[in-house]
Ligand binder design. Sequence first.
Ligand code: UGA
Length: 437
Amino acid sequence: MQIEVLEPRSVAVVGAGYVGLTTGACMAEIGHSVICADTIREKVERLQVGDIPIHEPGLSDIVTKNLASGHLSFVVGAAAAVADADVVFLCVPTPQGDDGRADLQYVYAAAKEISQLMKPGTVVVNKSTVPVGTADAVAAIIDRDDIEIVSNPEFLREGTAVSDFLNPERVVVGAQETQAAARVAGLYGTLGAPIHLTDTRSAEMSKYAANAFLATKLSFVNEVATLCESVGADVSDVMKVMGSDSRIGAQFLSPGPGWGGSCFPKDTRALLALANDNECDFEMLRSTIDSNESQFDRVVGRITGLLGGSLVGKKIAVLGLAFKAGTDDTRDSPAIAVIRRLIADGATVVGYDPVAQDVVLEGLSKAVEPYSAADGADILVILTEWAEFGKLDFGKISELMNQALIFDARNLLAGEDLKELGFEYASLGVTENVAVS
Ligand code: UGA
């Protein structure tokens, strides 16, 4: 289908979290007139003066610019945003419920709140990650013949959300009705990305399937890395070879302390719950999730082994608390999962992160800079791949530490250089001097 690039539209965004704020700011950046609503007054007041509550490169600049040009405004409550909108994006949270299913209470509440406030012809777009069938459920709640519901899942990554939005690899628009699909697709017309038009259920499924597939790729990589350690292979060479096959692809092949964040853990569990609800045994997805839990244990096992078999009374310096570099987000961070286990096993842990500094965890003390974290430590552990960790003065760190020992769970540092400085250095997916049986 040929997508017509429409005149700038009037857009409302309900929910100013990661997805809503990025969507609203970027929609304004590409020329649309955007009102972004949130229920938290304090957050809205900060946003109205360009004070961004999250660390997301580039976001602050475009919010400030579009506030000044009048393309973007922030209001308290969805009711204040939707009356004149051509398109309303629902970007409210879909947290994990107690049973693993996505908790849709905020989606349903927002749909109910706006149902009678929109003008005829408005298109409501589910942008939050929602289980298959949610567009139909929202349509039933809104219950108006003159309003269409479209699924337009987002594929933004934290840390690169703005450039992901402005340079998408694809835009997915799921709709039952062509006019509504064209209207939503047209919003993205100037970006020149391929548009995938599907029904709503396929769009909803695409998002879960994409995240679950990426998580599976990572669990596979981490398992291969573990096997490399046992058989004397080097995972970085193995992944270079695998990644050069275009059917596999070079991205998402870095071993790590496990995958985390606000999306993969929640979305894989929600997809598994969806499969169970539909009597499908998605065994492979269950293994993907279990493997990730085991990865946290494996990392702790490596650290314990390096410290002689016990963590009791050991001081561990951890560099990195965020779930990945480029973000201040520690939700479901592998670093936190590993730290919890280290503390439970009797270690004293001092953590440092250049951006994620708000984390509060019983037993974890935080350092304001990396050198004080390393002071007196028995081991230094890298858990988030911040590039700046590679530029630290390791000569100084070696003098500060109780013993010069590093475990690099992101394979970030130059191991050979560190060995020259006198460090014992260990990383994932490589074991030296292994006798292969
Ligand atoms: C993920 C998806 O990549 C986005 O496409 C999607 O839109 C988003 O979830 C979402 O559903 O909102 P994000 O959670 O920001 O994005 O993080 P990723 O960059 O995918 O990383 C997820 C985890 O995998 C992190 O813990 C990261 O450190 C880990 N990872 C990633 C690795 O361990 N190795 C890699 O090679 C890549």
